[in-house]
Design a protein around this ligand. Structure first.
Ligand code: PEP
Ligand code: MG
Length: 576
């Protein structure tokens, strides 16, 4: 048995067989063939196997993940049946007597280059389809297996170098019991997705893919951040007990599902949930979420080959608003960039993607994409209590520009006789230090702030949230972060506005007493953290937390702050 330690990214314990996710080796060389007809036959066999495989994946995706996730495979099937792609491949094999791998790659490359150069989103998306299906046919020619995440149909634990958010979106929670990765941190998006899907995860193990083989029995302990490889029966028994204890603890918290979150001295704060898709609503309701504090709409744009239409977006936003039954829903407009890529937009690679052309910067430039989303949101607004917020706002000019586009779309819709709510609050995420420092000015124009500490910490400390070598600098409890948070909350309150937090810090048990003391109005977190946070706040005194926060703000290091909260806990000041 061996053991790995990493970052506890999503709580819970899972025991199952490992399933390694590795990029297949599709390399080949150009060769000459004697019998062209035989080679064409080999190509046709690979083509029909690829089609058959895609049909199975499409059908499975349709029944288990929904028609939208299946559409991508439908598009791939169309490409495979297109004579404009298939005929030139066969012609080249015949006339030049080259191997099928070479002819396939050559023709596909020609189309990919041609489509990518077109100034047309639709054609660019077709390039991505061709790249995908080429890989699939090549895999059959070479006899190499390609992993289809959505096809996993037995209980497994995924082991990977990293999982992209779109990989994570394809995981079927019925079979994927947990995952573990070599890289990533608690606030990387695969970790965030794991929490919203309630899948235990340990990330940043550095060597999981090197040490774990396919079929090894592994335990992922998402509470402690540990992975056990081929554990003894004794360790398995221990973990089964541990799993039971955790379930009992959850059952205790579950009793609070219908309680309001009120401190012992009577202050109500709102406990909201972060979601990525309408499917996550079930978790919000089951965990007693009082609102949706962050709907990360970018997941609607991922794991597919083209932008979602206005209609499709409208349906998703409406479903969430109706599902929350009049409770607040804060929808964040598209926040693409950083570790959240949209390959079909074909944006140039950047040296520093977290500091680059992303989120509101992209939306203000690619106005077509942004306006479609705004229209869908405005149309959905009459179905519930919608609040809209813009991500990565660095300047007031950006906020004003985004607001005026929203206003323009609203006027157009009303001109078309479409109902739009007149009560939509408009806020911003505070993720960039410049915005926190200037919060007093922003507070005059926005309706609310939502502090995005996942990014605010990385930008304040200049420490990449994905890089565990600098994770020692990624410090939510640093007095510098606490002072920025205080500036934002105070600025909001001075103008009679509210301040929430939707970064992971909002659900952190060491941070919660401090945030309550600083006056945070809304705490938005993974749905699975809500009941635990509620049980904690129900036992805290707001007045005592104010004193605690006051002291923390005067500390000079993170460890002093942690010690302070710990000492207060031990003195029974905090009865958590
Ligand atoms: C944040 O930055 O804190 C945040 C909530 O946004 P995301 O994690 O999606 O970047
Ligand atoms: Mg962010």
């Amino acid at each position: 048995m061996s053991f790995l330690s990493g970052i506890a990214a999503s709580s819970g314990i899972a025991i199952a067989k490992a399933y390694r996710l590795v990029e297949p080796d599709l390399s080949f060389s150009k060769t000459n063939v004697d019998n062209a007809d035989k080679e064409i036959g080999r190509f046709q066999t690979a083509l029909s196997r690829a089609k058959q495989e895609l049909e199975e994946i499409r059908d499975r995706a349709k029944s288990e993940l929904g028609a939208d996730k299946a559409a991508i495979f439908e598009a791939h099937l169309l490409v495979l049946s297109d004579p404009e792609l298939v005929s030139p491949i066969e012609d080249q094999i015949k006339t030049e007597k080259v191997n099928a791998e070479f002819a396939l790659n050559n023709t596909a490359d020609m189309f990919i280059t041609m489509f990518e150069q077109m100034d047309n989103e639709y054609m660019k998306e077709r390039a991505a389809d061709i790249r995908d299906v080429t890989k699939r046919v090549l895999s059959h020619l070479l006899g190499v297996q390609i992993v289809n995440l959505s096809m996993i149909s037995e209980e497994t634990i995924i082991v990977a170098e990293d999982l992209t958010p779109s990989d994570t979106a394809q995981l079927n929670r019925k079979y994927v019991k947990a995952f573990t990765t070599n890289i990533g941190g608690r606030t990387s998006h695969s970790a965030i997705m794991a929490r919203s899907m309630e899948i235990p995860a340990v990330v940043g193990t550095k060597t999981a893919t090197a040490e774990i083989k396919n079929g090894d029995v592994i335990i992922v302990d998402g509470l402690k951040g540990e992975v056990h490889i081929n554990p003894s029966q004794e360790v398995i028994e221990q973990y089964l007990q541990e799993q039971k204890r955790y379930e009992q603890q959850k059952a205790e918290w579950a009793k609070l599902v219908n309680e309001r979150t009120v401190s012992v001295d009577g202050l109500h704060v709102e406990l909201a949930a972060n979601i990525g898709t309408p499917k996550d609503l079930e978790g919000v309701i089951n965990n007693g979420g009082e609102a949706v504090g962050l709907y990360r709409t970018e997941f609607l744009y991922m794991g597919r080959n083209e932008l979602p239409s206005e209609e499709e977006q409208f349906e998703s936003y409406k479903a969430v608003l109706e599902g929350m039954n009049g409770k607040p829903v804060v929808v964040r407009t598209l926040d693409i960039g950083g570790d959240k890529e949209l390959p079909y937009l074909d944006l140039p690679k950047e040296m520093n993607p977290f500091l680059g052309f992303r989120a509101i910067r992209l939306c203000l430039e690619e106005q077509g994409i942004f306006r479609t989303q705004l229209r869908a949101l405005l149309r959905a607004s009459s179905f519930g209590n919608l609040k809209i917020m813009f991500p990565m706002i660095a300047t007031l000019d950006e906020f004003r520009a985004a607001k005026s586009l929203l206003e323009e779309e609203k006027q157009k819709l009303m001109g078309e006789g479409i109902a739009v709510s007149d009560k939509i609050e408009l806020g911003i995420m505070v993720e960039i230090p410049s915005t926190a420092v200037l919060a007093d000015q922003f507070a005059k124009e926005v309706d609310f702030f939502s502090i995005g500490t996942n990014d605010l910490i990385q930008y304040t400390m200049a420490a990449d949230r994905m890089n565990q070598r600098v994770s020692y600098l990624y410090q939510p409890y640093s007095p510098s972060i606490l002072r920025l948070v205080k500036m934002v909350i105070d600025a909001a309150h001075k103008e009679g506005k509210w301040a929430g937090m939707c970064g992971e810090m909002a659900g952190d048990e060491t941070a919660i007493p401090l945030l309550l003391g600083l006056g945070l109005d809304e705490f938005s977190m993974s749905a699975t953290s809500i009941l635990k946070a509620r049980s904690q706040i129900l036992r805290l005194s707001k007045k005592e937390m104010e004193d605690l926060a006051e002291k923390a703000l005067q500390m000079s290091t993170t460890s002093q702050v942690v010690e302070l909260v710990k000492a207060a806990t031990e003195k029974n000041l905090l009865t958590v």
